[in-house]
Ligand binder design. Structure first.
Ligand code: DAT
Length: 174
């Protein structure tokens, strides 16, 4: 059955601004913010804890099973630092957020990330790992890259996604 509302992934390196964007977007549009971080904890979609990284080891199959029914109904904003696990047929737009590496360093430092985790995330942002993953996993025309250095950019990004949503609505009504 066709979705009456689209599904959006907001992805990017940890600290880039995914949660902040998703919360603002959910508040403005009524779409549902699916925070994979929270879901993994709440629904037990993990295989233990990685001490060196200070994070849960996600079981992707369990995660997909846990969200499938919800996502297939449409109207979800998926908030996660990976995107290649979600089936293409579920997704209408992939937003890859990007940030200046000095700003990212400060944001992750403020979170007290262990050094190895901080460095890996900085490298990942500099090497554009998430952008490449998105481009390899989804059709070119549904992947957009947006900057998230300053608050004004965040507001502009949210407006732009709202504009896209309106257009999606027009294109998908009979
Ligand atoms: P993520 O969910 O990607 O880990 P977040 O939304 O928790 O990131 O943001 C991390 C921190 O950075 C948080 O304190 C808010 C701040 N931040 C994010 N995007 C920003 C922006 N465009 N301008 C200013 N601060 C921003």
């Amino acid at each position: 059955m066709a979705r009456t509302q689209p599904n959006i992934i907001i992805t990017g390196t940890p600290g880039v601004g995914k949660t902040t964007h998703c919360e603002m977007l959910a508040e403005n549009t009524g779409l549902k913010h699916l925070s994979v971080n929270e879901l993994v904890k709440e629904r037990g979609c993990h295989d233990g804890f990685d001490e060196a990284f200070g994070s849960l080891i996600v079981d992707e199959d369990k995660l997909l099973d846990a969200i499938e029914d919800e996502v297939k109904q449409g109207g979800c904003i998926i908030d996660w630092h990976a995107c290649d696990l979600f089936p293409e047929s579920w997704i209408d737009l992939v937003v890859v957020l990007r940030v200046d590496s000095t700003l990212l360093y400060d944001r992750l430092k403020a979170r007290n990330y262990p050094e190895a985790k901080l460095q890996e995330n900085l490298d990942s942002e500099i090497m554009e790992v998430l952008l490449q993953e998105a481009r390899e996993s989804y059709a070119e025309e549904i992947v957009i890259e947006l900057r998230s250095d300053i608050a004004e950019e965040m507001e502009g990004n949210v407006e732009r996604i709202e504009g896209w949503l309106k257009q999606w609505g027009k294109n998908n009504t009979d």
